[in-house]
Design a protein. Structure first.
Length: 487
């Protein structure tokens, strides 16, 4: 076990390093992570807790191996994996700058640049403020940023004529460059403003399947349309797309917003020269696929048959419970909005109704939709699009129960996501279906151009007996049909 000071890597990188070392022969346990309280608890559960005092700024490297030789080789591999963060510059190797300000100091003020901040939430605002002060837009990937800091950053950015995307902005495409969990989509005339990462991915992927490309996808963070933030970044992003010659139409994507903020954004959108269509989820408009189809109609284009793999015929299970295990919060919201009129109240950790809040109790009976990407379930661990552990455990627990159920999942492809999500899910789903009758319906969000390949993943999931749909709305309706309900 080692503790290193003055070294930082984000949770995604450290998760990848842990997986790489854990796959070595002779290594029985490994945790490479920042020494946060939760990670120290994980280390203790693995029997790898450090004996000396720690701080969250330290890097914890804990490895259990069969012998000293294997341990030494594993630690050397940790060093090699961490060193891959460095970048080659000709014959020399340059170590990345430790602060945003230091990196921007190397650039001339006229050089185009977008700063990306992915540090622990308590440090993110300072890094983003440096980018704004240098006249740069910034994508804040970090979550856990206090809302008052978000508001201050967005007000400063608006005054400086730049844009803050985030905090907790997981998806963006700027001038054709995919950032975060974005997909490989064609360039085109539609700009997206999204207070939703997986919502933006669903919409951009459906547009790509319809032969329509995007100019930019500007994520603004999941809280932007809440009362506390007031749509500050959404208004700036709409204005930026209105001024962009490559953008001919705009689609606004969001989870259910605060009514007063939605009204202000609608009023501002009506004053733009570029047409703006809403894909904002609500009980009256619960369907992202329908919003895309409406946009295609606006453009005079035909709506395609959305790709699917219906899988083997499943017997309906009237009276069973819907079990939605999601990695995307907006997709979970969409599923609940579509299913609630038919099923009644659905318990969730992100409920439509406060009285149905189950917190982190993932074993609740009855209709249930869980967002495994919610902040409460990602503290100290990678996003479920990268680390499926909690969802796999939930599938195993569902298989062990005797409650009749239909399982509804999302699988989200793209940059940064699991390189083979079907490879992780199929063994768990196969075991679950062998243990009990359990229809499985999958909303597979992605494109053929993604590193994982939509068809490759769809074929693998369908071969395991899943019904696979490119539209989350279609997947939800199929699951409802199996329950003897309808949306």
């Amino acid at each position: 076990m080692q503790l290193r000071s003055g070294v930082y890597a984000d949770s995604v990188k450290l998760m990848q390093v842990s997986r790489r070392i854990g796959a070595r022969e002779g290594v029985s346990a490994v945790l490479v992570a920042m020494a946060t309280p939760l990670n120290l608890e994980l280390a203790a559960n693995m029997g790898l807790a450090p004996e000396e005092p720690t701080s969250p700024e330290q890097l914890l490297i804990a490895v259990r191996a069969d012998d000293d030789e294997v341990l030494a080789e594993a630690l050397a591999d940790v060093d090699a994996a961490l060193a891959e963060r460095e970048r080659s510059t000709g014959t020399a190797t340059a170590v990345p700058h430790r602060t945003t300000a230091a990196g921007l100091d190397e650039l001339s003020p006229e050089a185009p640049a977008l700063a990306i901040v992915s540090v622990p939430g308590q440090y993110a605002a300072a890094e983003a403020a440096d980018a704004i002060a240098a006249g740069r837009s910034v994508l804040v990937f970090s979550d856990g940023v206090p809302v008052e800091q978000e508001v201050a950053l967005k007000r400063a950015a608006s005054a400086a004529g730049v844009l803050v995307m985030g905090p907790d902005c997981g998806t963006a495409i700027v001038s054709g460059v995919a950032l975060g969990f974005a997909n490989v989509v064609r360039p085109g005339p539609v700009g997206l403003v999204a207070a939703s990462g997986t919502g933006a991915q669903q919409v951009s992927c459906l547009l790509d399947m319809a032969g329509v490309g995007v100019s930019h996808v500007l994520g603004v963070g999941g809280r932007d349309l809440k009362e506390e933030v007031g749509g500050l970044a959404t208004l700036d992003a709409l204005a930026a797309l209105d001024a962009d010659p490559a953008t001919e139409r705009v689609l606004l994507v969001s989870k259910p917003p605060a009514p007063s903020v939605a009204a202000a954004v609608t009023e501002a959108a009506g004053k733009l020269s570029v047409p703006v269509r809403s894909a904002v989820l609500s009980p009256d408009s619960p369907d992202l696929t329908a919003a895309v189809e409406g946009l295609l109609a606006d453009m005079g284009l035909d709506v395609p048959v959305w790709p699917s793999r219906p899988g083997p015929a499943e017997a309906a299970v009237p009276g069973a419970a819907l079990k939605g295990l999601y990695s995307g919060g907006t997709l979970a919201d969409e599923a609940m909005l579509l299913a609630s009129p038919a099923l009644g109240g659905i318990r969730s950790n992100i409920p439509l109704q406060p009285e149905l809040d189950l917190g982190t109790d993932l074993s609740a009976p009855g209709h249930l939709v869980v967002d495994f990407g919610d902040d409460a379930l990602t503290v100290g661990r990678a996003h479920p699009m990268i680390d499926p552990t909690l969802r796999l455990e939930a599938i195993e627990a569902l298989a062990a129960s005797d409650e009749p159920a239909v399982l509804l999942l999302d699988v989200v492809l793209g940059f940064g996501a699991d390189p083979d999500p079907a490879g992780a899910l199929v063994p768990a789903l196969t075991a679950a279906r062998a243990r009990r009758s359990l229809p499985v319906v999958v909303a597979l969000i992605g494109t053929e151009g993604d590193p994982q390949g939509w068809s490759r993943q769809a074929d693998a999931l369908a071969a395991a007996g899943c019904a696979v749909f490119s539209s989350n709305a279609a997947a939800t309706r199929y699951a409802l049909d199996l329950l003897g309900a309808s949306a």
